[in-house]
Write a protein that binds this ligand. Structure first.
Ligand SMILES: Nc1ncnc2c1ncn2[C@@H]1O[C@H](COP(=O)(O)OP(=O)(O)OP(=O)(O)O)[C@@H](O)[C@H]1O
Length: 378
């Protein structure tokens, strides 16, 4: 995953397993970090091109990423044999900007169907939005998705699935950038600085790779107004200072609106309807309104919302007991164990549920089921 903030690899995704900030940046600091370079010509702050050899950039096809010595050797060998002029061949050896393999709607659908539980709305919206956007050669604006829902319901997980379906490196790709509000933008007093740095970071990385992905986690902890700094990049401009942002993807993750989503899910449950009957229209508008009006949403009075620059508000429903069991089974299998239904039930029953009387939804989603499983397998 590309880095943001103080560190090159600072914001390991929750599923990436690593965490913490390292005071290092490739070619300079990102938001919250030090050195800035001109975004023009592809050298943005902390940009992944920082270590790239200029010569190779001139020789290689568009969007070649930072190179290690071995890739450089291969590339030069390629030049000598005349093959390097074929981008596809080059991209066999190094991750390239744009998708390594073209995104397959079927593969994305398969991933969502097999891995993401209890989120029929999110699945549908994300599948159509992402595959439609990627297959459009001339999008008019970048794709912006705002994912909302209770903790542990799969928002980060889905970002990971999207990233993996576009870049082989997934969240570790040099073209995928994760910002975590409390890590990268901790101090309200630095908001002006953060705005500048955020703009530079995005401009620099999009100059280097138009198909860059930016994920903003903990939007509800983002200082009000900060996100508006990126408004021009999300708008319908062909170019801004010579850079086109139209192929980029922006994903915002937030717990804001979770109560509203839960209320709808609860109403359906109480009236004996299937949750799969919940329609996007039952909540999409309410979500955008609640994000706009909630001081702690990161989108409070945001021009991103009142200018309609968020393409989709995607609700993540609270997870039920049966979904927890599905998460536990998958985890057991991924650890190489036979699924033991007795343990599955015991772990699921250790979780806490709300509302108090009915105990329908897990208050931590599928989060923590994994650590609870450790208790049974040491
Ligand atoms: N709907 C789901 N289907 C399958 N697995 C899930 C689902 N929701 C969560 N998980 C599992 O739980 C882990 C934690 O979920 P995730 O980090 O995506 O939650 P989140 O919605 O981003 O939470 P938060 O709002 O606290 O950041 C995931 O990595 C995944 O393994």
């Amino acid at each position: 995953m590309a880095a943001a903030g103080l560190a090159r690899r600072s914001a390991r995704h929750k599923d990436g397993g690593r965490g913490g900030a390292e005071p290092e940046a490739r070619g300079g600091g990102g938001p919250g970090g030090g050195r800035r370079e001109s975004a023009q010509g592809g050298a943005g702050p902390g940009m992944k091109l920082g270590r790239a050899a200029l010569g190779l950039l001139l020789l290689a096809p568009l969007g070649v990423r930072a190179v290690e010595p071995i890739s450089l050797g291969l590339a030069l060998a390629g030049v000598l044999t005349g093959y390097i002029s074929y981008p596809r061949l080059y991209c066999l050896f190094a991750e390239c900007c744009g998708q390594k393999r073209s995104l397959s709607r079927e593969a994305l659908q398969k991933d969502l169907d097999s891995k993401l539980f209890g989120q029929h709305l999110a699945k549908k919206v994300i599948l159509n939005a992402v595959s439609g956007f990627i297959s459009n050669p001339k999008p008019k604006k970048p794709l912006t998705l705002s994912l909302h829902g209770w903790t542990g319901t799969g928002k980060n997980f889905v970002s990971k699935i999207i990233a993996e379906n576009i870049y082989e490196g997934g969240l570790n790709s040099d073209y995928v950038h994760l910002f975590v509000a409390t890590l990268h933008f901790p101090h309200a007093s630095n908001i002006t600085l953060y705005k500048d740095q955020l703009q530079l970071w995005i401009r620099g990385n999009v100059s280097a790779c138009a198909r860059s992905i930016f994920i903003f986690d903990e939007m509800d902890k983002m200082h009000a107004g900060l996100i508006d700094a990126i408004k021009p990049f999300l708008d319908y401009y062909d170019h801004l200072d010579g850079v086109s942002y139209q192929k980029a993807i922006f994903i915002f993750l937030s717990n804001a609106g979770a109560e509203r989503i839960t209320d709808v899910a609860l109403d359906f449950w109480r009236s004996g309807k299937q949750r799969e009957e919940i329609k996007l229209k039952d909540m999409e508008h309410a979500l955008s309104v609640s994000a706009f009006n909630n001081r702690n949403s990161g989108f409070w009075h945001s021009s991103l919302i009142d200018r309609n620059l968020i393409d989709y508000f995607v609700p993540f429903l609270p997870l039920e007991y049966k979904h927890l069991k599905m998460c536990i089974r998958v985890e057991m299998q991924s650890r190489g164990y036979e699924v033991d239904e007795d343990i599955v039930t015991r772990v699921a029953e250790e979780m806490t549920f709300f509302p108090k009387e009915e105990r329908i939804f897990s208050d931590k989603g599928c989060k923590t089921v994994f650590t609870k499983l450790d208790y049974y397998y040491d």
